[in-house]
Design a protein around this ligand. Structure first.
Ligand code: PGA
Length: 259
């Protein structure tokens, strides 16, 4: 199945926040702040990535409150099914209406010691279940150049995907030092990283993935991050408040399109 995407993807990574009741309240508030019609014609696709336990609530109530929201999961098993206690398969997520899955977020890379093979398995299983993997890459240190590091993180997954699979992947540039901090990467650095990733993945694999940026995006800095050739943003803390998430949405809506 081919998934279509408007010019901007605004993705909310809730991490381990928002139980199912808080998720319900978020959606209720969003339905007041953001009527479905407005969101549908905005050129911005809003997606939330709640914890697994809130996915069903998000699925049911975004429909009943008529909120134009896509759904994503924060992680997925590299295995299709079977004796993997504690894991959640791609087909289970797809049946809950998930369109996206994060793969290799720096917090899961670190906390779960994810191997290259696992990241490839997660991406492949997501694609096999008609979902879009969002592969997160980012350099550890603020000081260095970092471009080689991010390109090799993307390459090591892309190299084991088939041509058609590569076309389904979104890449999110997320410098580790900018996540959960008070500073975003500079617009110049984000622009350099997006260009480096695009050039590298095109040269090595003929792939032209959509590139997102994540790392301390909020309503105060989104305006300065719009014109960098990106296809959207992955927002953590600032996505937990319906009012701030809506403010980011409105800023993108005004700018319409890849700038
Ligand atoms: P942050 O998180 O916006 O809180 O920095 C972003 C992310 O981890 O994707």
């Amino acid at each position: 199945m081919t998934q279509t995407c408007p010019p901007w993807l605004l993705a909310a990574n809730w991490k381990m926040n928002m139980d199912h009741l808080q998720t319900l309240e978020f959606i209720r508030e969003l339905s007041i702040l953001m009527p479905e019609k407005e969101a549908e014609n905005s050129g911005v696709e809003m997606a939330i990535f709640p914890p697994f336990t809130s996915l069903r609530t998000a699925q049911v109530f975004s429909t009943s409150y008529q909120v134009a929201l896509s759904l994503g999961a924060q992680d997925v098993s590299p295995h299709p099914s079977g004796a993997f206690t504690g894991e959640v398969s791609a087909s289970m997520l797809a049946r809950l209406g998930c369109k996206y899955v994060l793969v290799g977020h720096s917090e899961s890379r670190k906390n779960h010691h994810e191997t290259r093979e696992e990241l490839v398995g997660k991406a492949k299983n997501a694609i096999a279940s008609q979902m879009t993997p969002i592969l997160c890459v980012g350099e550890e240190e603020k000081g260095g150049e970092g471009m080689e590091e991010i390109c090799s993180q993307a390459e090591e997954v892309f190299c084991d995907l088939g041509k058609e699979e590569r076309e389904k992947v979104i890449v999110s540039y997320e410098p580790v030092w900018a996540i959960g901090s008070s500073v975003t990467a500079s617009p110049q650095r984000i622009s350099r990283a997006a260009s480096a990733l695009k050039a590298d993945l095109f040269k090595k694999f003929g792939a032209s993935p959509r590139i997102l940026y994540g790392g301390s995006v909020n309503e105060g800095n989104i305006e300065s991050l719009k014109g960098l050739g990106l296809g959207g943003f992955l927002v953590g803390r600032a996505s937990l408040s319906p009012a701030e998430f809506t403010a980011i949405f409105r800023c993108l809506e005004k700018g319409k399109g890849l700038a």
